[in-house]
Structure formats: C-alpha cells, structure tokens
Design a protein around this ligand. Sequence first.
Ligand code: URA
Length: 209
Amino acid sequence: MSKVTVIDHPLVQHKLSLLRDKNTGAKSFRELVNELALLMGYEVTKNLPLKETVIETPMQETTVKVLENEKIAVVPILRAGLGMADGIMNLIPNAKLGHIGMYRNPDTLMPTSYYCKLPPDISERETIIVDPMLATGNSAIEAVKVVKEAGSQSIRLVCLIAAPEGIYAMQIAYPDVDIYVASIDTKLNEHGYIVPGLGDAGDRLFGTK
Ligand code: URA
C-alpha cells in the first residue's frame, strides 16, 4: 500500500492556513502555493537514494555523497498544478518539466485530458506529479496512468490538500505511488469540492473567479 505522508512542519501548516483564508488574494495565494511547494519538495525528496563519489576539495581528495539518480521529472497537472511547479523547480533546478492538461466534467467529476508533453526519457526519471487538490482522485489517477504509460517507474504525488476519498481512490488504483500532502481534510461536498479546503485552487491562483 502506498505511503501517505502528511507534512506537518510548522511553516507548512502556517502557510496552508493563510492559503485557506477566503480573504487571501491571488497575488498572495500564488506566492504561498509557490512557497509551500518548495517546502514540501524538501520532504518529498528526503528519501532519494545517494551514492558515494570521490572529489577534490581545495584541501584534499575526499569521498562525498551525491544523488544516485539526478534525473527527476516534475509534472504539474494543468491548470492548478502550474502554481506548484516553480516552487519545486527552485529546489531541483535540473529537473525536467512535463505537463498534463486536464479539466473535470462538473457533472460526472471525470477528467478529460487535453494536453500531454513529458520528458522523452521519463522512464529513467523519478517523477513528481503536483496538483494542489486531491479531491475525487480521478485526475491524479489519470495523470499517473499517462506517466506510467510513458515509462515512468517511480512516481510520487504531491498535493496541498487531500480528501480522504481521493487518497483512498489513489491507493486502490496505484498502491505503488507515495502521496505527500499538507492536510487531509474532512470530506468532499456534493460538487466534488474539498471541505473545508480552500475553494477552487485554479481560480484562486489565476484570479478567474
Ligand atoms: N479542485 C479544487 O480546486 N478544489 C477542490 O476543492 C476540489 C478540486
């Protein structure tokens, strides 16, 4: 079964609370999502394997540790996932960025995919899918399917807020995908929104409502 990590670092929790506030405007909202993605990225990459290598400091030769696989792909689910991409990329600047575009049908809550561009060597990369809200799980499950079909073998999913329903659905569909969140909220409402949540992440990021 996939591991679910709730990142309870005080800075993450503080920033998440500011983000949830309905009086937080688009500019602050974007900045907070960016900062949260960076802080969470630190935790998400904590168990990346290291290998030893020999280098020379100005003083002497020494054995140091470096990432065993420096190849990482960050894949935001458009559109709200875009808000998290820069934050994670600031932490891992050599990662390659893929994009998966999806919107969900408001009646069926099922995702429709309209865009996909992934690094061609994604099969060799540790893949980090980012999307602020894990609601029904349908979009994230579809994104994992797409990334797996492209060859990715190691996938982590990073969301700011998850509904228990979304976590359960993802664990059933892909037990090998580890999930990182800042909060597991109470439930989904009848429109598929997370409560208490933070509303529509895409609209709040881009000021479209
Ligand atoms: N997407 C959002 O932006 N918010 C939710 O609460 C659920 C899905």
